[in-house]
Design a binder for this molecule. Structure first.
Ligand code: GTP
Ligand code: MG
Length: 137
C-alpha cells in the first residue's frame, strides 16, 4: 500500500489547524501510520529541503520551518502521495482552490500550513528523515 509523508508546518500548529489537517486526511480514507510533535532543527530542515538550497526563498523557508513545533505524519492509502497533495492544494495559496487546506486557510506562500511529499521516492526519503522504522505502526 502506498504511503506518504505529511507535516503540519509551524503556522498550522500555531493556528490550531492540526486537527483540521488530520480530519480531512481521515475523512478521505487515508490511514494514519505515524505522528509526532517536534521542532525541526536547522540540520533536519537542510536535509528536508535540500532540493531548494539554491533558491532565493531558501533562507526564509528554513527560518520558517524551524520557527516552532511541527507535526510530521505518515499516511497510508491508495495513491497516498497524490491524494494528500490534492487535499493540500497548490503550493501558492493564492492559486489553491477552495476546498483544499491551502485554499481555505492560507494566503502566504511561505506560511502555507502543510507539507506533502511530491513523489513515492520523496515520501520514502522524508519518512526516513523523520521516523525510525519501528515508529511506523
Ligand atoms: P512543500 O510541501 O512544502 O514541499 O511544498 P510544495 O511541494 O508544494 O512546494 P515546493 O517543494 O516547490 O516548495 C517548498 C516550499 O518552498 C513551499 O511550500 C513554499 O513554502 C516555498 N516556496 C516554493 N516556491 C516558492 C516561491 O516561488 N517563493 C517563495 N517565497 N516560497 C516558495
Ligand atoms: Mg515540495
Amino acid at each position: 500500500m502506498a504511503t506518504t509523508f505529511v507535516m503540519v508546518k509551524p503556522d498550522g500548529v500555531r493556528r490550531g489547524l492540526v486537527g483540521e489537517v488530520i480530519r480531512r486526511m481521515e475523512q478521505k480514507g487515508l490511514r494514519l501510520k505515524a505522528m509526532k510533535l517536534l521542532q525541526v532543527s536547522p540540520e533536519l530542515a537542510a536535509q528536508h529541503y535540500a532540493e531548494h538550497q539554491d533558491k532565493p526563498f531558501y533562507p526564509e523557508l528554513i527560518a520558517f520551518i524551524t520557527s516552532g513545533p511541527s507535526v510530521p505524519m505518515v499516511w497510508e492509502g491508495r495513491e497516498a502521495v497524490t491524494v494528500a497533495r490534492t487535499i493540500m492544494g497548490a503550493t501558492d495559496p493564492v492559486k489553491a482552490l477552495p476546498g483544499t487546506l491551502r485554499g481555505d486557510y492560507g494566503l502566504a506562500i511561505t506560511e502555507n500550513i502543510v507539507h506533502g511529499s511530491d513523489s513515492d521516492a520523496s515520501a520514502e526519503r522524508e519518512i526516513g528523515l523523520y521516523f525510525a522504522p519501528h515508529e511506523l505502526v
